[in-house]
Each structure stands twice: as structure tokens, then as C-alpha cells.
Ligand binder design. Structure first.
Ligand SMILES: [Zn+2]
Length: 265
């Protein structure tokens, strides 16, 4: 395990916890967790985050509960894409830092959302445009699908931006939180699809692999079972890092906490 790294989502998480008067109790909050990746020690993914080579940046607009949830996948983007910015959404106030970012000529911002929700004035894109001197900044609404639709509708600062619409060919691989809309991808899958649309297949593949091992590690954490070292995504990431998995001895699963939950305190 390592100390929490200060990427954009962890910063928001820390700020939200400091501002909160009641501690957020995620399901399984009695569990012992690595402070950085929020997984059980035997499933810790620290050291498995690939640093993606991409010219794409991400701007996560998060519902205020998302940074606190161990199931949140927006943080997988912040862990792997150096230029990831994250803001908590508010209907009434917009962070000036967010408006400055959107006005920065170094970035070409666009919001990732289904085309059917775009207004008639909004340009709809199906590929990530390549503009000399400007890097694509992909705005992703990190929330449940119901919350994301509300956020999209009630954010006037999004109205003037182009909409990048994805057509996912595969159903969500995400087994942690089922969506009412089967084709609705989780946040990190959206990011991987966008990187692929920008023509960066290797980076997209690595992020997809990291998501696969996160899903496995999350379930291993929750169910107190060993992680699957034979998972093809883990094998590919191991070879990316030049690691030999045949030498790896699995970390033992920790015993369950005391019945009164005292281990959590
Ligand atoms: Zn960890």
C-alpha cells in the first residue's frame, strides 16, 4: 500500500470529507481499505496504474457523492491520465477555475453525452477533432445516469460546447453498479472509448485493462476472495510493466472484522 496520491479526484474527496459534518458511510465502510486505491489490502491496485501516453485531457464534473464512493470509476481516469481535472457539480454555482479551464485556448473542450440530448444549436461530433495547437478536453459527467441527465440540462456553461456522442458496440463490462440503461457505460469506459476515438488505441486498451483488473479487485475486496492473477487484463498489464506474475505470491485475504465493527474505527 502507499499513501494517497493527490490526483484531482482524491483532492475533491479530501475536501468533501473535511467539509462534511457527518462521515460518509459507503457500503462495506467497516472494511479495512488501502487509503490510496480504497480496496482491501489483499486486492490493492497501487502500482498497477499505467501512466497513459495521450494528448487527451479529461474534465470530470462529479456529483458530490461520487468522489466518496469506492465504486467510483472517475478516479481511475485521474490515476492514469496526467491532465485530469475534477470539479463537484452545483446547479447554482460554477467554480471559476472550471470556467477558466474551458476558456483556455490550449484546450478544445467538448462534452461527452448522447446526441439525442443535444440542443439544436449544439454541434454533434462522432469523432474527436484534431486541431493544431489545441488538445481535446473531454468533459465527462460522473454521476448516475439520472443525475447526469439533470446535470447536462441544468449547466448553462455546457450549452455552447460541442457534444461528443459515443456509440458503444459492447455492453458495459461494469459489474459493480448496474444501470437501468444497459448500454450506459460507466465513467472510465466512456474515457477509454473517447481515447480510442482520438486514435490512441494503445492507451485506450491499457485503460480498459486497468478497469478490468479494478472490477476484479473490487469484487475480491467485497467478497473477501483472492484476486484473479490469471485474468488476461492483468497478464497484459504485467507485461506492460515488465513484471513476471509467476513469481507473485497472492496477498492473504484479511479475516473479517470483529462483529461489533470495532475494526473500522
Ligand atoms: Zn492501494
Amino acid at each position: 500500500m502507499s499513501i494517497p496520491s493527490e490526483h484531482a479526484v482524491n483532492q475533491l474527496r479530501r475536501q468533501l470529507k473535511a467539509a462534511s459534518t457527518r462521515p460518509f458511510k459507503a457500503r462495506g465502510s467497516f472494511m479495512q481499505r488501502c487509503p490510496a486505491c480504497l480496496l482491501a489490502p489483499h486486492a490493492c491496485l497501487c502500482g498497477w496504474q499505467p501512466a497513459l501516453q495521450t494528448r487527451v485531457g479529461f474534465c470530470l464534473i462529479m456529483h458530490s457523492l461520487e468522489p466518496l464512493k469506492p465504486t467510483n470509476t472517475g478516479r481511475l481516469i485521474a490515476e492514469t491520465v496526467a491532465d485530469t481535472f475534477a470539479f463537484v457539480w452545483s446547479r447554482t454555482e460554477t467554480d471559476p477555475a472550471l470556467l477558466n479551464l474551458l476558456a483556455d485556448p490550449a484546450w478544445q473542450p467538448m462534452v461527452v453525452f448522447p446526441a439525442e440530448y443535444a440542443s439544436t444549436e449544439q454541434q454533434v461530433l462522432t469523432a474527436v477533432p484534431i486541431t493544431p495547437g489545441r488538445r481535446p478536453l473531454l468533459i465527462v459527467l460522473d454521476a448516475t445516469w439520472t443525475q447526469a441527465r439533470k446535470m447536462f440540462r441544468k449547466s448553462p456553461w455546457l450549452a455552447g460546447l460541442p457534444v461528443l456522442s459515443l456509440h458503444p458496440e459492447q455492453l458495459s463490462r461494469y459489474r459493480l453498479r448496474r444501470s437501468a440503461r444497459e448500454e450506459h457505460l460507466c465513467t472510465v469506459e466512456v474515457a477509454a472509448a473517447c481515447i480510442g476515438l482520438a486514435g490512441e488505441q494503445q492507451a485506450a486498451g491499457l485503460l480498459g485493462d486497468y478497469f478490468d483488473i479494478f472490477t476484479d479487485a473490487y469484487l475480491a475486496s467485497k467478497l473477501r476472495i483472492p484476486v484473479d492473477l490469471s485474468l488476461p487484463a492483468r497478464q497484459r498489464l504485467a507485461s506492460h510493466f515488465g513484471r513476471d506474475l509467476s513469481d507473485v505470491r497472492p496477498v492473504p485475504v484479511a479475516p473479517p472484522p470483529a462483529p461489533d465493527g470495532a475494526a473500522d474505527k
